[in-house]
Design a protein around this ligand. Structure first.
Ligand SMILES: *Cc1c(COP(=O)(O)O)cnc(C)c1O
Length: 385
């Protein structure tokens, strides 16, 4: 089976991990701050806070922005559940903004309309989480304008998007947001096995996220309530978590980061080739904006079902039967039983639901060979034509 995504681990990556295993520190050693400063430099962000995964990054990002009971977080329905669940961890509520049918990203026009309606009933969101779907950046300039106008904060869920660019700025630079969050799960663009990271240019937010990542404990006199009893002294100043990344993971991340540009380049070659191959098939592909550089975490096709003799499910099953490990990204989040059980009467997002009826993610990862890609294409062609 050709998987839809797969990590690329080099001998250098293996050596980097072994070195940590032979060193004095497996966690809270030098590798984590090195990884953070390397990401900071890469993303042109002033602060980087490495954590155990993107889900914990989203959680502490929301807490740092003071999301709490009675507040709303809005995000896209076409995302992994974690983009929305982070609001519930803080006791807040979630609502969804429909996607743009061509980019599959949270639609800035739908956002503006929803903000206008929400303002009238006094239910404006505190945080909006745009998700750079498949690595293609959202319309951040417009979302940021709306943030200024309506007074909400912006967390970019860039779990798919490290290595991408928006208006020539690296994703993670937080040019149009308060915080950006990355995931280093093995299917994502670079990996630390499990891992995540938040970037921000706001010193206070960075400080709060650092505290929240590690029990709310500080060893800096500057941030303490009282004078140190002695050199051993630390204070817990708020309720945090153990959301730390360890040095084994950070060393892997540092080593992977060296190849990030080449990974994204390889993904572009594959995406360009798919685009050429798929021209004559009854499918649509994601629209990529001229001022963005996608990291191509995903390659999604949408079936033109009126031109095909099979259902969406049949195409999916037949591709699997032919050894093509396709996937669906994503089921609209509000359709999940947990969300239904909360019974918030989420309004149907029509574009998201239409998308879900047609979308299939094809395999894309740096080591997907041309011949494997041919195999994916011929399987698809045989089914669709
Ligand atoms: C993978 C993913 C997450 C969660 O990442 P973890 O590192 O597994 O916690 C969050 N949001 C999106 C959009 C993702 O794709």
């Amino acid at each position: 089976m050709i998987p839809y995504g797969k990590q690329s681990i080099s001998e250098d990556d293996v050596q980097a991990v072994i070195e940590v295993l032979r060193s004095d520190y497996l966690t809270q050693g030098p590798a984590v701050p090195q990884f953070e400063s390397a990401i900071s430099q890469y993303c042109l962000a002033e602060n980087a806070i490495a954590v155990s995964n993107a889900t914990s990054a989203l959680h502490i990002a929301c807490l740092a922005l003071d999301l709490k009971k009675g507040d709303y977080l809005w995000t896209s329905p076409i995302t992994f559940v974690a983009s929305a669940n982070c609001a519930f961890y803080c006791g807040a509520s979630v609502d969804f903004v429909d996607i743009n049918p061509e980019t599959y990203n949270l639609c800035a026009v739908a956002l503006e309309e929803k903000l206008q309606r929400a303002k009238k009933v006094g239910k404006l969101p505190k945080i909006v989480v745009p998700v750079h779907f498949g690595g293609e950046p959202c319309d951040m300039a417009r979302i940021y304008e709306l943030a200024c106008e309506y007074g909400f904060k912006v967390i970019e869920d860039a779990s798919h998007a490290i290595g991408g660019k928006y208006k020539n700025q690296p994703i993670g630079s937080c040019h149009y947001s308060d915080i950006t969050v990355f995931s280093f799960h093995p299917v994502k663009v670079i990996t630390t096995a499990e891992g995540g990271l938040a970037t921000t240019n706001n010193k206070e937010l960075a400080h709060r996220m650092r505290l929240l990542r590690s029990h709310g404990i500080t060893r800096d006199q500057e941030h303490m309530v009282s004078a140190k009893d002695g050199p051993w002294f630390y204070e817990q100043v708020l309720l945090g978590f153990n959301y730390r990344l360890n040095d084994i993971q950070a060393a892997l991340g540092l080593s992977q980061l060296k190849r990030l540009d080449s990974f994204v380049n390889a993904r572009h070659m594959i995406a360009n080739r798919y685009a050429d191959l798929l021209l004559d098939l009854p499918v649509k592909i994601q629209k990529i904006s001229s001022d963005s550089y996608s990291s191509y975490h995903l390659y999604v096709i949408r079936l033109e079902l009126d031109k095909i003799n099979h259902s969406h499910k049949q195409v999916f099953e037949q591709l699997k039967a032919k050894g093509v490990g396709v996937n669906i990204h994503y089921i609209p989040v509000y359709k999940q039983p947990y969300y239904q059980y909360l019974n918030q009467n989420y309004q149907a997002c029509e574009s998201a639901e239409q998308y879900y009826r047609e979308a299939i993610s094809l395999p894309i990862y740096p080591n997907l060979t041309e011949s494997k890609q041919e195999k994916v294409f011929s399987a698809l062609r045989a089914i669709l034509l």
